[in-house]
Write a protein that binds this ligand. Sequence first.
Ligand SMILES: Nc1nc2c(c(=O)[nH]1)N[C@H]1C(S)=C(S)[C@@H](COP(=O)(O)O)O[C@H]1N2
Ligand SMILES: [Mo]
Length: 307
Amino acid sequence: MSKYCLKGNNVTDEKLFHQRRAIIKSSIAFSLLTFSNLVFPNIKSLSFSKDLKYSTNEQTNTLKQITSYNNFYELGSGKRDPMINADKLNTNNWQVTIDGEVENKFTLDTDDFTKKFPLEERIYRLRCVEAWSMVVPWIGFELNHLIKLAKPTYKAKYISFESVYDPENLPGQKRDTLAWPYREGLRLDEARNPLTILSVGLYGRVLPNQNGSPIRLIVPWKYGFKSIKSIKRISFVENMPDTSWNLEAPKEYGFYSNVNPYVSHPRWSQKRERRIGEFRKRETLMYNGYADNVAHLYEGMDLKKYF
Ligand SMILES: Nc1nc2c(c(=O)[nH]1)N[C@H]1C(S)=C(S)[C@@H](COP(=O)(O)O)O[C@H]1N2
Ligand SMILES: [Mo]
């Protein structure tokens, strides 16, 4: 038995234990099975360069932490639901539509993500509005590359993003827990900032379903909910778009949602956060530590009003 053998893991969740037992039983070469093979059913690895300019050198969270403690309401509202229901997300023949106020409307399929854009590994902190955080080695490309292909017209001031809508298969969409499909938005200059990426993988492989396969946004200076998963449509628009969390609770979730330890959520403080895997809390940093890159975007704005 190698140290990677599943039997060696101290799994506490019983359902998970039985799922794994089933997988072990059905596997011929079970002694070679690793956690990574479980999480990445599509073992396709990606080729990418390592970014040093924007990546943090903090310790990354483990693959297990990154794929078993998630928010993905389409797959359920519990932190383990996205992992348990991961196979309910069908990513076959995926297409993303790019439309709205642009000179070039187009669609991208999954192969285009890796063929049309230079992939980089970006190690970013992700700070959830619920006051926990993780460090993830994302693989992706700058959203600005896609924006340049689309050529926004002078009318385009914002970008609106829409996730998958598939209530037949996605358990969370059978109820109206949120305004489906999940929607998010950015101001065009925020979208063009080099920190903003579209991610197609993590830890060197294509994205696990629970992390928003096949393509999701990452905006590291904003609360995690802005980083919309499993994107189907990217529209360039003139007016500030609706976002699912703002529609749900406008007093709690504003359009900007920049990480800000000085503006509390109405129900809790944002001063500190728990890094998943750690016990002692960390101080939350302004703009999640990316102030040098993004503070200029909000100069002169009242951040209490535009939260
Ligand atoms: N479509 C969609 N995207 C989503 C969510 C969601 O429920 N649906 N949850 C958001 C929230 S609240 C967070 S914190 C991050 C979590 O990303 P992760 O699970 O990859 O860490 O995804 C965001 N993107
Ligand atoms: Mo979140």
